[in-house]
Ligand binder design. Sequence first.
Ligand SMILES: C[C@](O)(CO)[C@H](O)COP(=O)(O)OP(=O)(O)OC[C@H]1O[C@@H](n2ccc(N)nc2=O)[C@H](O)[C@@H]1O
Ligand SMILES: Nc1ncnc2c1ncn2[C@@H]1O[C@H](COP(=O)(O)OP(=O)(O)OP(=O)(O)O)[C@@H](O)[C@H]1O
Length: 271
Amino acid sequence: MLVFPNAKLNLGLYITQQRPDGFRNLESVFVPLPWSDALEILPAPGNVLTLSGIPIPGELSTNLCWRAYELLKTDFELPPVQMHLHKVVPIGAGLGGGSGDAAFALRALNELFNLQLPTEQLQQYARRLGSDCAFFVENKPVFAYEKGDVFAPVPLDLTGVACKVVYPNLHISTGEAYSRVVPRTLRHDLRHSLAQPIETWRETVTNDFEEALTPHYPVLAEIKQALYAAGAAYASLSGSGSAVYGLFPGQTAPPAALGVGHDYLVWNGLL
Ligand SMILES: C[C@](O)(CO)[C@H](O)COP(=O)(O)OP(=O)(O)OC[C@H]1O[C@@H](n2ccc(N)nc2=O)[C@H](O)[C@@H]1O
Ligand SMILES: Nc1ncnc2c1ncn2[C@@H]1O[C@H](COP(=O)(O)OP(=O)(O)OP(=O)(O)O)[C@@H](O)[C@H]1O
């Protein structure tokens, strides 16, 4: 079975509280971003994981696709599988790339071996692999809260909005990013702000990681400024960075060149 695990963008992100379990409570809206890896899973005589594309740090056994398989195997008698992951989505980007791989692996294994796990149960498995993973089970725009793994519907449809995502070849680890933010009680009603026209978001929709990380990584502000100069209606860091995106509603494609950075990885397309 061949699947294409996509990435996500965060529209606004507020870190509201330190939790007793070491994690933080947050509020954010997640939307799918059609920048995708490719993952093939087949029954096989023996277990094997192969990789291509962007190199993934760490042992094969710690790869999130493999961990998804191992997790299901604790509860089900799964036959051996061969998996191949072709990595396209940049890592340490705040795009949830690894999380998408994990959730798509759970979904594919569920289908391939007819496990008949309903959505809620797949989300429970996904939560055990990472805070971002559960989003990718349903993979539709949601308001996320608590650890970012509990969801409420959000009446937001960005389908067809032109988008540019810029990754400045800078790996920011999620743990490091969180350690730089001091949680603050909630200051904004994100869902209310996002219900207004995109052009108003610049004044109302913020990501707490941006303020905390920009002094350490000025390139983030440079890219954001360039996106606005190129006509973005809204630009922001995604998640814990380092990817920065711009939205260009009403345009059939985002502008081709930004005039910043030579070796940046860029995704252009429609949401
Ligand atoms: C920044 C976001 O991408 C926003 O969507 C996510 O919150 C990150 O989710 P993720 O990459 O799946 O993160 P996890 O693998 O669960 O956690 C990595 C590390 O981030 C921190 N972490 C993560 C999520 C959260 N709600 N609070 C945290 O404090 C913890 O230090 C944790 O050890
Ligand atoms: N399939 C995978 N794809 C990417 N990273 C993976 C994968 N499996 C395991 N990892 C590990 O996860 C780490 C990346 O997680 P990190 O949170 O830093 O970045 P991210 O993928 O951009 O995620 P997020 O958007 O949630 O911040 C890598 O250092 C890598 O070791």
